[in-house]
Design a protein around this ligand. Structure first.
Ligand code: ADP
Ligand code: MG
Ligand code: MG
Length: 251
């Protein structure tokens, strides 16, 4: 069975049509990339999948493991194994990163009917994963993302993802604002999470990230729809020729 199936999704914001019959199927173990011009609806797709409100789904369905998630709250979706790394991670003053992670991990475990994680087990996991991502122990004591550089915020998101071990991870423009060193650390962190049970949806405007996170499948999005699907070579083709032909095709 497909892990994630988006079928004929139509979405409006304030009466404006943003997604126009978007269809996408992800098998377990695959990394999918979505590329497309600014304004094509990539972030809207990510938010709708994660369950952010403000969006009105007027048609279509989204199945995770065969179950329609559109009626579920964001927390229920997260418990089912969906994770979204935002393009602009939010700051949460007064809540230490470490505590935030513990709350997130325990919320997920409770929703699954599991016991809370023990403190030693939690600390062992968080320290090990933070070390891999070159995140300083001191940083984990600071308020979530408060005063973090762009690169630190992105690494913190990957740390959240590593702790939550999602089935489907969506990364929306994780490369934006990263210098080349941070890009490599973030990409290594994402690549370390590749597994036969997990799918990842990597959204990016530029091809650069896909040199580091090599996708199995590339989708081109234009005007709220997937207009072409291919292998990793499609990303290189887009880099060379741009999006113009797809804009026309979608019109
Ligand atoms: P992308 O991520 O591909 O750049 P977005 O999903 O951010 O595209 O935006 C797609 C379209 O939806 C754009 O035309 C954008 O202006 C519009 N849009 C996005 N969010 C809102 C919103 N909250 N209210 C009105 N229009 C929006
Ligand atoms: Mg954009
Ligand atoms: Mg976007």
């Amino acid at each position: 069975m497909s892990l994630l199936e988006v079928k004929n999704l139509h979405v409006e914001i304030e009466g404006k049509k943003i997604l126009n019959g978007l269809t996408l199927t992800m098998e377990p173990g695959k990394v999918h990339a979505i590329m497309g011009p600014n304004g094509s609806g990539k972030s809207t797709l990510a938010y709708v999948l994660a369950g952010k409100d403000d969006y009105e789904v007027t048609e279509g369905e989204v199945l995770l493991d065969g179950e329609n998630i559109l009626e579920m709250s964001p927390d229920e979706r997260a418990a089912k194994g969906l994770f979204l790394a935002f393009q602009y991670p939010m700051e949460i003053p007064g809540v230490a990163s470490m505590e935030f992670l513990r709350v997130a991990v325990n919320a997920q475990r409770r929703a699954r009917g599991e016991d809370e994680i023990s403190t030693p087990e939690f600390l062992k996991r968080v320290r090990g994963k933070a070390k891999d991502l070159q995140i300083d122990a001191d940083m984990l004591k600071r308020g979530v993302n408060v005063g973090f550089s762009g690169g630190e915020k992105k690494r913190n998101e990957i740390l959240q993802m590593a702790m939550l071990e999602p089935r489907v991870a969506i990364l929306d423009e994780t490369d934006s604002g990263l210098d080349i060193d941070a890009l490599k650390i973030v990409s290594d962190g994402v690549n370390a999470l590749r597994s036969p049970q997990r799918s990842m949806l990597v959204i990016t405007h530029y091809q650069r990230l896909l040199n580091y996170i090599v996708p199995d499948v590339v989708h081109v999005m234009a005007k709220g729809r997937v207009v072409k699907t291919g292998g990793k070579e499609l990303a290189l083709e887009l880099e060379a020729h741009g999006y113009a032909e797809y804009r026309d095709a979608a019109a």
